[in-house]
Ligand binder design. Structure first.
Ligand SMILES: N[C@@H](CCC(=O)N[C@@H](CS)C(=O)NCC(=O)O)C(=O)O
Length: 343
């Protein structure tokens, strides 16, 4: 059956976006590159494709999760930007994602070892902006899926990228045999319908809802997003209450993958930064155990970095100093190895 994800599971409605922004609502823009691996111009081949990501960005986290869980680390190369955008003193001005492996993180006082130069275009560009500019696009966001052979951007929408990596994992050169590799979007009507419904709910209330709470400057918009976010956590807690290990049952799917980046960031970052201080994930025993279960899956822990998250979310907008907690009941992400901590 065909992929059925609706636009409202992928991106925000842009209706009255300018007026909504003027009133203080955070409205995420729509990304423009929507080619697919498997199109005639973009055949599925091992070694041909490349990802540009920032490890603090939750939309990139979806993509690094899919790459690792599907065994594509060796066949899809990847560059990692510094978690803070350029500063006021940058010759190109502030606010651009940059590849800066030597830049010092205020949190650690040292460069971040995961950060790389740009190696996908063959030109060693410093700013993500310039990857778009060479295609005449004013866009600036990560993640980007890039075709090294054609020198073109394939797609810059994480929901679409993870779906195509799942569909094409075999021909792209996955190191995992078909029989044992997770299928993130199993081909049965009922499972896909359930994943689609969860995706839409999680995108609006949780993934993007966290940004609406944290980045809107209107109290009513914030309050609505805050309420919807915690109502969603309650609902997810209840769903997991029947003992199912994953959101749709026995298997890890796209719905779990898309929930993880937000839940992973909640206690150590979003609670404070996104003003989502109603409760911690630790206060939801089922959700906490789900987080620990997913974090323990092969490839998952390595797909994210709380150091990049802390540096990225606080380093720029919080006077350049990064809050150090939480330390109780234990530091994160080590806490994710302890499902027994909750409840
Ligand atoms: N629709 C995109 C959204 C990606 C997105 O919003 N990325 C942010 C970082 S978290 C970004 O790069 N924004 C532009 C900028 O900061 O310059 C996706 O899910 O792939």
């Amino acid at each position: 059956m065909p992929d059925t994800d609706s636009d409202s599971a992928v991106e925000e409605s842009q209706t009255n976006a300018a007026a909504r922004r003027a009133r203080g609502e955070f409205v995420r823009s729509v990304s423009g590159f929507r080619h697919a691996i498997g199109d005639p111009d973009f055949p599925a081949e091992p070694g041909r494709y490349h990802l540009f990501v920032a490890l603090n960005c939750p939309w990139c986290h979806r993509v690094t999760l899919a790459r690792n869980v599907l065994g594509l680390q060796d066949s899809i190369t990847m560059d990692v930007a510094f978690p803070n955008r350029t500063g006021e003193d940058d010759p190109e001005g502030p606010g651009w994602w940059e590849f800066a492996p030597d830049r010092i993180a205020t949190l650690t006082g040292a460069p971040l070892p995961e950060c790389t130069q740009e190696t996908g275009t063959g030109r060693g560009v410093r700013l993500v902006r310039d990857i778009y500019r060479s295609e005449g696009s004013p866009e600036r966001s990560v993640p980007i899926l890039y075709d090294k052979r054609a020198g073109r951007i394939v797609n810059n929408e994480s929901a679409k990228i993870i779906r195509m990596l799942n569909t094409m994992a075999g021909p792209l050169g996955s190191s995992l045999p078909d029989a044992t590799r997770a299928d993130l979007y199993p081909d049965t009507v009922s499972t896909r319908a359930e994943i689609d419904a969860l995706n839409e709910f999680i995108y609006n209330a949780v993934n993007n809802g966290a940004y609406k709470a944290g980045f809107s400057s209107d109290q009513a918009v914030y309050a609505e997003a805050f309420d919807a976010y915690f109502a969603a956590l309650e609902q997810l807690e209840a769903r997991l209450g029947d003992g199912r290990p994953f959101l749709t049952g026995d298997h890890f799917t796209e719905a779990d993958l898309r929930l993880l980046p937000t839940i992973y960031r909640h206690d150590p970052v979003y609670y404070l930064r996104m003003k989502l201080n109603g409760a911690r994930v630790l206060d939801y025993p089922q959700l906490w155990r789900w987080l620990c279960r997913v974090h323990a899956l092969p490839g998952v822990a390595k797909s994210g970095s709380l150091i990049h998250c802390r540096q990225g979310y606080f380093g720029r907008s919080w006077n350049g100093t990064v809050p150090l907690g939480p330390f109780a009941p234990m530091p994160y992400p080590q806490a994710y190895d302890h499902p027994d901590l909750a409840g």
